[in-house]
Design a protein around this ligand. Structure first.
Ligand code: UDP
Length: 194
């Protein structure tokens, strides 16, 4: 159920299936998850940087975010079912979290953008529990930042630190968390903030 492109195994599914068959059950079981929404930029970086490649390969799920990935799969004669944009996934996860009472942490982007994201999310998902939020300009290995997120005890952690920092931060710190769906979502905070 996966298609490997330049050593990166992409889950071959649809957005709805990915949510209902994979992520929602794991959230219900409080199973930790690391999701990479990989675009060609991530694949190219992984090709050049073995450490980063290993981080991507360590994710529970890598999903194709970008038509370039779908084209590469088609070229290999192993077509992927559909493109799953990280932004769309984030909105669906926020809706589900609101319905189920799961708490969310928003980590990343400039301080003004980060604050706007929380405001917008509050407006669009008024019942959503916000565990906390913090801007994205800190050292990846800062233990206090990780401890702050951990103390907030979030069910979902949206990480918008750009490529490759977001995946590096998740890989470096997720082992000390008891639960959490960790997902790097690149420029999505900037889109939500408008
Ligand atoms: N970002 C961040 N910390 C950093 C670098 C970037 O929080 O040290 C944020 C940036 O403000 C933006 C997001 O990460 O909200 C994506 O950044 P960018 O578009 O540069 O990255 P990419 O598109 O390569 O993922």
């Amino acid at each position: 159920d996966s298609v490997t492109i330049m050593d990166i195994p992409f889950l071959n599914t649809t957005k709805d299936d990915f949510l209902h068959q994979y992520l929602f059950p794991r959230l219900a079981d409080q199973k930790k998850s690391f999701v990479v929404t990989a675009n060609p930029e991530i694949v190219m970086r992984a090709k050049e940087d073995t450490t980063y490649k290993e981080i991507i390969q360590s994710a529970n799920y890598v999903i194709p975010d970008g038509s370039g990935i779908l084209m590469a799969a088609k070229y290999k004669n192993e077509p992927l079912q559909e493109r799953i944009p990280g932004y769309d996934l984030m909105l669906d996860l926020l809706k589900h979290a609101e319905e189920k009472g799961y708490s969310c942490y928003f980590l990343g982007a400039k301080e003004s953008v980060n604050e706007k994201v929380v405001k917008e999310v509050n407006r669009q998902y008024p019942g959503l529990k916000i565990a906390g939020h913090h801007h994205g300009f800190f050292a990846i290995d800062d233990p206090e930042m990780a401890a702050t997120v951990k103390t907030a005890n979030p069910d979902l952690i949206f990480v918008a630190l750009g490529v490759p920092r977001q995946e590096m931060w998740i890989a470096k710190h997720k082992d000390q968390f008891a639960k959490g769906l960790f997902i790097g979502i690149g420029g999505s905070f900037d889109i939500i903030a408008g």
